[in-house]
Write a protein that binds this ligand. Structure first.
Ligand SMILES: [Zn+2]
Length: 125
């Protein structure tokens, strides 16, 4: 058993851990990079449960978030398209007319506020 902040981590096997906090339990699989909370696999970044169970954080992040990926993405020069007056556009395309999408206004008065997510909570209440 390992404590990580308010979380308790219990190994199930070498890569699978049970993480508990406030009576809730999540199962983290570090080899498959999954958590039963689903945020780990959605974001491809370790969630708090995975961080609690992890031995090495960097191997849990997808390559998209790594420094070398950003360096490689911008290593190719970006060529400007220039001013629109200099573009060579085929004649048949210049005749196209692009209209706004057809939409209907919803019935009733527009909402004054937005829907508050269940994950958001008011401080002090
Ligand atoms: Zn998680």
């Amino acid at each position: 058993m390992k404590k990580f902040g308010f979380m308790t981590v219990n190994p199930i096997d070498w890569n699978i851990f049970s993480v508990k906090r406030s009576g809730k339990k999540w199962i983290v699989d570090l080899a498959r990079k999954t958590c039963t909370y689903n945020k780990f696999q959605m974001d491809q970044l370790p969630c708090s449960h995975a961080l609690a169970a992890a031995r090495d954080f960097t191997s849990l992040c997808a390559d998209y978030y790594k420094r070398q990926t950003f360096i490689d993405a911008y290593s190719v020069p970006i060529i400007s398209v220039g001013h629109p007056s200099t573009w060579v556009v085929p004649y048949d395309i210049t005749k196209w007319v692009v209209l706004n999408p057809i939409s209907r206004r919803q019935i009733g008065r527009p909402r004054a506020g937005r829907h508050v997510s269940s994950s958001e909570r008011t401080i002090g209440s």
